[in-house]
Design a protein around this ligand. Structure first.
Ligand code: CO
Length: 210
């Protein structure tokens, strides 16, 4: 059997198990999607949103990209964000990074990789913003872990800077913005940031006509 054929076979078994456990499982999900969470995670195959949080289909709206970035010119991310906040009305947005992230590792290095350089440059900017704090750590692993945490915090801040989030904060007092880092070695999520609705931020980012 080819590897992809196994996926299709496993899918049939999975669907049959769901129906056996709960005959209404698919019927319930067919007509409505009302997740409480938007997940912005890394594309890394080892950090699947549903599995590590014990959640089911229908519970988390998911966007993933290399190194879980919130880039203000990313039409894909912005479309997901706007839909999640204004239509699905999610209560929480979780930016989830992970220790050992290959994207962040590549960004801390100096090897050119073509198109992906432009994406990873966003992480180099995070490094430059926090250079003193990162370089105060003496070993490479600690510096990488610190950049991974700071990158998550910076992406959470990027969410707060958007008119999409600020408008929803003003009119609906949601969503809360969370930054978590997942540890591959033990499977545990570590919260590193939480911005509640209408928290004060640098004034330059605030809109006054939302
Ligand atoms: Co990663």
């Amino acid at each position: 059997m080819k590897s992809f054929e196994k996926l299709l076979l496993e899918n049939k078994a999975w669907a049959a198990e769901r129906i056996e456990e709960d005959p209404e499982f698919f019927h319930r999900l067919e007509n409505i999607q009302r997740p409480e969470f938007l997940w912005i995670g890394c594309s890394d195959s080892r950090v699947p949103a549903n599995e590590i949080t014990g959640t089911q289909p229908g519970e988390i709206f998911v966007h993933r990209n290399i190194a879980n970035l919130v880039v203000h010119t990313d039409l894909n991310l912005l479309s997901v964000l706007e839909y999640a906040v204004h239509v699905l009305e999610v209560k929480h947005i979780i930016v989830c990074g992970h220790y050992g992230c290959g994207g962040v590792k590549a960004a801390i290095g100096h090897h050119s990789m073509g198109t992906i350089n432009k994406w990873l440059r966003n992480i180099k900017d995070v490094y430059r913003l926090h250079q003193t704090e990162i370089e105060s750590l003496t070993d490479d692993d600690s510096q990488l872990d610190k950049l991974i945490e700071l990158n998550v915090k910076e992406q959470v801040l990027n969410l707060a800077k958007t008119s999409i989030v600020q408008k929803s904060w003003k009119h609906h007092n949601r969503p809360s913005l969370h930054g978590w880092v997942y540890r591959l070695s033990d499977g545990i999520l570590h919260p590193v940031e939480l911005i509640e609705p209408n928290s004060p931020m640098d004034h330059i980012y605030e809109y006054d006509n939302l």
